[in-house]
Design a protein around this ligand. Structure first.
Ligand code: HEM
Ligand code: HEM
Length: 183
């Protein structure tokens, strides 16, 4: 029996790495030149596609698979702290919160950038500040996101970054996973 199962479909993976690339590229190329603006619009388009896929996509891509209420998130975090948490195929409840916050954060950054190009808000200092604050908040969250992905990978002995590249994860009933469940 194959030890691996397909979890992240190609669209989820392409959208993730494209979004990460355009967002990070806009920190290298700061300031409102055309390339910066177009990369920001590309981020919005990628997120728009991901939102649609969250309703009609493959099972683990769907929001219904990983958007959970505060109780489930608190429960997961408590279990994780005490070493009783279970490995999951899709995003765990706490990761789900981070995914939503990242998506909303990038939307806010892009919209606050776009508004600065409109006649009505051109030159508005408060929007420049909002854009900057949201952008650096997103950058901080991305740092936490990457550290969390590494920490979860070590804890569950599964390379989550590699899974986001090839799309596969170990089956939940495979031997190493069973060991983790009892840890
Ligand atoms: C601007 C940069 C980034 C943004 C906005 C971002 C955003 C996201 C989002 C929205 C998801 C959910 C994926 C989905 O269901 O479609 C995700 C998942 C993930 N991201 Fe990122 N990401 C960024 C950079 C990175 C980087 C640099 C890494 C690693 C080096 C990374 C590793 C991962 C992993 C491993 C997952 C899956 C986590 C899991 O298994 O639950 N991300 N990211
Ligand atoms: C992925 C989305 C985006 C990111 C991560 C991003 C990030 C940034 C950052 C880091 C700066 C420099 C802030 C500073 O230190 O002063 C900046 C400036 C700027 N961005 Fe963006 N941006 C994004 C999207 C957009 C979009 C869509 C537009 C317009 C269509 C835009 C227009 C501007 C303008 C006009 C400035 C210069 C004025 C200012 O500081 O606010 N950005 N952006």
């Amino acid at each position: 029996m194959d030890v691996f199962v397909k979890v992240w479909d190609p669209l989820v993976r392409v959208l993730h790495w494209s979004l990460a690339s355009v967002v990070l590229a806009n920190f290298v190329n700061e300031g409102g030149d055309p390339l910066h603006n177009w990369l920001g619009y590309a981020a919005l388009l990628l997120i728009g596609m991901r939102l649609v896929w969250g309703f009609i996509g493959t099972p683990h891509a769907r929001f219904s698979d990983w958007v959970r209420g505060p109780r489930a998130v608190a429960q997961y975090l408590r279990a994780r702290r005490s070493g009783r948490s279970h490995r999951q195929l899709g995003h765990n409840p706490a990761a789900g919160v981070m995914m939503l916050v990242l998506l909303i954060g990038v939307i806010l950054v892009s919209i606050s950038g776009w508004l600065q190009t409109t006649d009505r808000f051109f030159g508005a200092a408060w929007l420049e500040t909002l854009h900057e604050v949201c952008a650096y908040a997103v950058l901080t969250l991305v740092g936490i996101h990457v550290l969390a992905a590494i920490s979860e990978s070590i804890h569950y002995r599964e390379n989550l970054v590699a899974s986001m590249l090839h799309g596969r994860k170990r089956r939940l009933d495979s031997a190493p996973a069973q060991q983790q469940l009892t840890e």
